[in-house]
Design a binder for this molecule. Sequence first.
Ligand code: KG4
Ligand code: ZN
Length: 350
Amino acid sequence: MEVKQGSSAANGPGALVLGIETSCDETAAAVVRDGKEILANVISSQVDLHRVYGGVVPEIASRKHIELIMPVIDLALKKAGVSAGELDAIAVTYGPGLVGALLVGLSAAKAMALALGCPLVGVNHIEGHIYANVLEYPEVEPPLVCLTVSGGHTDLLYIDEYGRYDILGRTRDDAAGEAFDKIARMLGLDYPGGPEIARAAVDGDPQAVEFPRGLLQADTYDFSFSGLKTAAINYIHNLRQRGEELPVADIAASLQEAIVDVLAAKTLAAAQDYGVKTVFLSGGVAANEALRARLRELAGIHGIKVYYPSKVLCTDNAAMIACAGYYRWLRGERSPWDLNAVPSLRLGDG
Ligand code: KG4
Ligand code: ZN
């Protein structure tokens, strides 16, 4: 396979990949060298715009992406000290996500790639989250078990070779991040709810409320968080109806504990069943300190090492897309010009 060497970007040789990510409410572009050196990682968050609605409004997201996409790409190239002509490939998220939002990044990527005569590489957003770990720990080799937990996904995977994903389990209803977000909203906390719950939980008692641990005892790697959501909503309603003050910190801590219990136990069980010594944690919820600590503690007892990205690379960003795209590009993968946005793209679909 011919590997085109990158060029003379300010700091020396190497393959330069521009990553573009617009699947939800962050407009992001990054330049990464050789899949491991971040030259620029620009993330323009729309969180403030969506906060008043308590969640992402797809139409607003698409419009904002249109406004921001080219300035964000320009800024990433400028910060990296790279001119567009020096790029070796353009990697872009084409799913899963909001269709209008995805189309903005995809159209920008195609236009640039076509104009520059540069390869276009479509990347699965979930694969991007997994590669946030590869970006930071390029020396780590499979086999490994990976838990990817975000606002839209909760997937437990066995990876025996990068690029090949064996899906052991996924959520049957709500994603873990979604549970954090929805219950935070009920508690009157800001969007996104995960970091808010984590903050509130610091002063709370994790044993204060006994919330259900969906499928914890069941013989499956699947997850279920809808029972937890319903239990939390009922608990909050009852207190409100009785005119009692909400013990926000206790509810937050108990909720976090219930989610962490299930995520950590199933991940560890998978690692043991598959006999791996490496666990990856990725996605927005991987920023959760309690989850990180619990997994480290459980895995440590069994000599299993846990890796998670630094916080800025846990939540949506384009550096992870550039990294995943780099490895696809190295394998000789190129996307066609008619690559479309696939809102419900699954891992392994392409
Ligand atoms: O990966 P991400 O940025 O977007 C999706 O692909 O969905 O994940 C966002 C999710 C949100 O649900 C957010 O509440 C959650 O990640 N999150 C957290 C934390 N930081 C972000 N959940 C728990 N604890 C955190 N510290
Ligand atoms: Zn994401």
